[in-house]
Design a protein around this ligand. Structure first.
Ligand SMILES: Nc1ncnc2c1ncn2[C@@H]1O[C@H](COP(=O)(O)OP(=O)(O)OP(=O)(O)O)[C@@H](O)[C@H]1O
Ligand SMILES: [Mg+2]
Length: 1017
């Protein structure tokens, strides 16, 4: 309240910011007016001159200053270009559209907000598409490429066509990335000054460029300077829940386990159902005693309440979606009993009673967090004879026992540990499969979370309601659902390259976004992307009438009321847009309307182009459109003739969405640009949102107002309670996304290192230098392993050293020579060099081995065709990186799964994950280098085959999960020649992270020469 008064007096920070930009608006308009009397060619000349100047600036800060100074003039040039286009017909997606737009003042402010790296929140219909052109133009003058990101291909194509007329009028080039374009076209598009496309296309191109391309020429992107993300909330928040993944078939698969355990899980689910129904019946028998007909509460009311609360709680924990339970919960007082009981359980710090209640069941279902947890009782049911069958062995304790055992020798200990490890993995796999199957049975409902079509399980997107063909739930869940539905269990895929949306967009030097709805997620935008929100006032006042929400007890009553309102307004001829939160709901409503004989259209965000056309007509008199909230987003709805007089478009929503933002988006479909319009939300206590996150308060309010069958409730207080429920869900998902990101941040650092390494190799002119550097690093590491600084060379493991050399290089180096070299060592390595710390003897051995390898390699080179050699060398390195990196990704996937299981202990899984991931990565880098080293002498013989193999590598990426490789065998074969040595080398010790001087680095002695030409000679 106080805040509100303050804001009234001083204006909010947002208002002040907007105000600060006003003088610039005046300046832009003044310059634009002057331009009106100039010839058209002036605009193009200015553009060319600016571009010539700005594209030479390297320094980011300088560029920033220059661009900021140019805002008024550049924006004025765009505005003037728009004015000159007015009245002409421009072609958009094959249709002529009359250009009638000259940016309004608020649009200029929005454009400046974008340039300053903010999220411009501008209501739907305010013309954000046009707003984007000004900052896009200004930043494109740098020649570094500006990306405009849209939510679907249709909008990318539409906007690049539509706004393209402004850019080309000014002499800039514009391109658009579409799903089915080949790399050559993509590269051309990225070469344009401005490139439109969806986040998935941009992200996948990045992954292909950095994780898969083997030559410069195969890379299509040219850096990440500035991106403007349209519908920024949809992309940076909703889509950001799932990472972009390019995948191929997995090496290991769990299909068998699902088939094997399905019958037992089915029996278990059945047993649980019977159990929960019993609890429910017991509760139902007690309820009349608590509330007798005569209205006099019994003496033992408190005990009864406790008992009923407990029984209902159990039933909810065991079978949250059962119909019987829903029926009992129709009575708000019953819900209250459970809520009270649950609160009581949670106050106990030790959670003893909570666990005890869980143990009454075979398994517990956490509907909110989507977890299914087997209990002792459940384990006993599944495997009566072996109670430990589903308990993970305690590795640390068992290892300790082995380590302290006196009976085993070194080899025996290794084997024993290996045995336990294998047992652990096997059991972890089984437990994981069981838990996924339980989820599949208890939390995933057919036609809600997924549909079954053509012998396939297809995910239904929970936010948009659209079918996500080709996308799969991860960690085996998809297969578990396939097992449940008796459809073909598809092979699990494994990640070949992946990045989260968050980390992709963090690559940009500058980022900005626009949407109608950002405010509610402002915190997340700031925390994750460092994006501030700037709310821009509307061009004309918004006159939409928003009714209070109307609440009903049951879904049935709600839909009856919905139908009533629809019929009334439809009879008046008012256009109506009905928003639903799922495909299921929109289809049900459609059936109801059909029965009534009312003509309508249904959109499920499946065919963007076609649906955009239907949505565009949703404002015509008498039209009735049912749409999931995502359908037609970004498409303009213009009111038909006579509609304004009737009150404009009415938006009717059949449910509150989990996120307030999505509701606001839906409301915003009407009353665009000052049009009249209205909106109304219908809610029932049976809606998931109310069931899962509705507070006790709502139940109380309902009770106080005494809600009867068929009655409805409506009150501003109620709106607030519902919003609180939504806020809770939003918070929950934010935490989830943050968690995903925290995990991906670990991966992100690794990805940066590996992609950096790859790019180094791809772009280096002389790969041989790098190759020899790597060789030397590995030799150094081996020298450190087999020899010792402080002991006499005679005591070293010279045999081990020689074996390693001869196994990897065609040198036939005798042990005596190594010893001889050691004894001849007189020179110590340079201080601060990568060899610092070696003794003279060690350093001499290192030089001797490195030189032998180098000489021998020179010899080999003399037989090769020099032009082909660079490519061979490049491939040798890339092949090792890619294969091992992919194996590593697989390992990281498994690590994440198993960490989830370990979380049963008291440890923080993220910390565990980080520690383990670090170890794995360390080992990966060692292995990559060792493998490269090993391959130096082996890669030339089959160049043709090798090159062909690499070129034929299919890189099909559809959406989040891509189609598998056509021929996985070819992948495996190519690596045969290197895998045996890798076995041996993989046991190598990790490289220590001491700063080291590379052969091509500046020499630490200060001579200014390269190390290899100076002290490293
Ligand atoms: N300056 C302008 N003058 C006249 N008409 C304009 C102007 N700017 C935008 N419009 C019109 O406003 C309508 C809405 O534009 P646009 O689709 O860009 O809005 P939006 O803000 O992106 O909406 P949404 O949030 O639905 O994506 C279009 O028909 C466009 O032609
Ligand atoms: Mg738009």
């Amino acid at each position: 309240m106080i805040g509100l008064i303050f804001r009234k007096i001083f204006g909010s920070r947002n208002d002040r910011e907007v105000k600060r930009l006003r003088p610039l608006v005046a300046r832009i308009n003044q310059i634009e007016q002057e331009l009106q009397s100039q010839p058209e060619s002036v605009l193009r000349e200015k553009t060319a001159a600016w571009k010539a100047r700005l594209s030479t600036i390297q320094d980011n800060d300088e560029l920033k200053r220059e661009l900021e100074a140019l805002i008024p003039e550049a924006f004025a040039v765009v505005k003037n270009a728009c004015r000159r286009l007015c009245g002409t017909d421009v072609e958009v997606r094959g249709h002529p559209i009359r250009w009638e737009m000259v940016p309004f003042d608020v649009q200029l402010i929005g454009g400046m907000g974008l340039h300053l790296g903010r999220i411009a929140e501008m209501a739907t219909g305010e013309g954000k598409t046009l707003v984007g052109t000004m900052p896009v133009y200004l930043n494109a003058l740098t020649g570094r490429g500006v990306h405009v990101v849209t939510v679907n291909d249709y909008l990318a194509a539409r906007d690049s066509d539509w706004m393209g007329h402004v850019y080309t009028f000014l002499g800039l080039s514009v391109g658009c990335i579409l799903h089915d374009q080949p790399p050559s076209v993509r590269r051309e598009m990225y070469q344009c000054d401005i490139t439109y496309g969806t986040n998935a296309e941009f992200g996948f191109d990045y992954l292909r460029d950095n994780g898969m391309a083997t030559r410069k020429e195969e890379q299509v992107q040219r850096g990440h300077y500035f991106a403007i993300v349209d519908e920024v909330d949809s992309i940076l928040i909703d889509e950001a829940r799932t990472p972009l993944i390019i995948s191929g078939p997995a090496v290991v698969s769990m299909d068998q386990k699902f088939v094997e355990f399905k019958p037992s899980v089915q029996r278990l689910v059945q047993a649980q159902q019977e159990l929960c129904n019993r609890f429910l019946r017991e509760a139902e028998a007690l309820i009349p005693k608590l509330r007798p007909e005569n209205g006099v509460p019994p003496k033992n009311a408190a005990d009864l309440e406790q008992e009923i609360g407990m029984l209902l709680y159990r039933s909810k924990l065991g079978q949250p979606r059962s119909e019987g339970l829903m029926r009992v919960f129709e009575e708000p007082r019953n819900q209250q009993l459970v809520q009270r009981y649950e609160a009581q359980l949670l106050t106990d710090q030790s959670k003893k009673e909570l666990y005890a209640q869980k143990e009454e069941l075979f398994f517990a279902i956490e509907e909110k967090s989507h977890e299914a947890d087997l209990t002792e009782k459940g384990r006993a049911h599944l495997s009566p004879n072996d109670p430990d069958a589903f308990v993970l062995p305690d590795l640390p304790t068992l290892y300790h026992q082995i380590d302290t055992s006196t009976e085993l020798d070194a080899k025996g200990r290794m084997e024993a540990k290996g045995g336990i490890q294998a047992q652990f993995e096997e059991k972890a796999g089984v437990i994981h499969a069981l838990s996924q199957l339980l989820k599949a049975y208890c939390l995933y409902e057919r036609d809600v979370q997924y549909v079954v079509q053509d012998n396939k399980v297809i995910i239904v997107d929970e936010h948009t309601g659209r079918l996500m063909s080709g996308r799969r739930w991860s960690e085996g869940l998809h297969q578990a659902v396939e097992a449940k539905e008796n459809v073909q269990i598809e092979r699990e895929t494994q990640t070949l390259a992946t990045i989260t949306i968050q980390n992709y967009f963090r690559l940009y030097t500058k980022l900005a976004g626009m949407t109608g709805t950002a405010e509610t997620e402002a915190q997340e935008f700031f925390d994750i992307y460092k994006l501030g929100v700037l709310t821009i006032p509307t061009n004309r006042p918004n006159i939409r009438k928003d009714s209070n929400d109307t609440v009903y007890k049951t879904r049935r009553e709600k839909y009856n009321a919905v139908l009533k309102e629809l019929k009334e307004l439809h009879a008046q001829g008012r256009p109506i847009l009905v928003g639903t939160i799922s495909v299921e709901a929109s289809e049900m409503l459609s059936r109801m309307l059909k029965k009534e004989g009312i003509v309508h259209s249904v959109l499920n965000a499946k065919y963007h182009e076609q649906e955009a056309e239907i949505v565009a007509r949703a404002g015509q008199k008498g039209s009735l459109t049912i749409a999931t909230n995502m359908a037609g987003r970004g498409t303009d709805i213009k009111l038909g003739a006579g509609v304004a007089e009737l009150g404009g478009l009415h938006v009717l929503c059949t449910e509150r969405h989990e996120s307030r933002r999505i509701d606001r988006q839906l409301r915003g479909r009407c009353s665009r640009q000052g049009d009249p319009g209205s909106s109304h939300f219908f809610i029932s206590l049976e809606d998931d949102l109310m069931r899962l996150f509705g507070s006790e308060r709502i139940t109380k309010v309902m009770e106080r107002m005494g809600l009867e069958e068929g009655q409805e409730l409506e009150h501003p207080l109620l709106n607030r309670s519902i919003q609180t429920a939504q806020k809770r869900v939003e918070g929950h998902y934010f935490q989830q996304r943050k968690r995903t990101l925290e995990y991906d941040d670990v991966m992100n650092k690794q990805r940066e290192v590996v992609y950096g390494f790859r790019n180094d190799i791809i772009h280096a002119d002389d790969v041989r230098d790098r190759l020899m550097d790597i060789m030397e690093e590995v030799v150094l590491q081996k020298v450190e392993q087999f020899t010792h600084r402080d002991s006499e060379p005679g005591d070293w493991d010279i045999r081990g050293m020689a074996d390693w050399v001869n196994l990897n290089f065609p040198l036939g180096m005798p042990e005596e020579e190594i010893l001889k070299a050691a004894r001849a060592g007189k020179v110590a390595p340079v201080e601060g060099s990568m060899f610092d710390g070696l003794s003279e003897a060690q350093f001499s051995v290192l030089n001797f081995i490195s030189k032998s390898i180098r000489d021998s390699y020179e010899l080999k080179v003399s037989f090769e065709r020099i032009d082909a050699l660079t490519n061979i060398e490049r491939y040798t390195i890339l092949d090792a990186i890619d294969r091992l990196w992919q194996e590593h990704l697989y390992g990281m996937d498994s690590l994440r799964n198993s960490i989830g299981l370990r979380a049963y202990g008291q440890r923080d899984p993220l910390i565990e994950y980080k520690a383990e991931a670090f170890k794995l990565f360390d080992a990966l880098m060692v292995n990559i280098k060792s493998e490269i080293c090993h391959n130096i002498f082996r890669s030339a013989s089959s160049l043709m085959a090798f090159e062909q193999f690499l070129h034929n590598l299919p890189q099909t990426t559809t959406h989040e999960t891509a189609a598998p490789f056509q021929d996985p065998a070819s992948l495996a074969e190519s690596s045969n020649l290197v895998s045996e040595a890798n076995e041996v080398l993989s046991k190598a010790q990790p490289v220590h992270a001491v700063p080291r001087v590379g052969r091509n680095d500046v020499c630490p002695c200060g001579s200014g020469k390269k190390y290899k030409k100076c002290c490293g000679q």
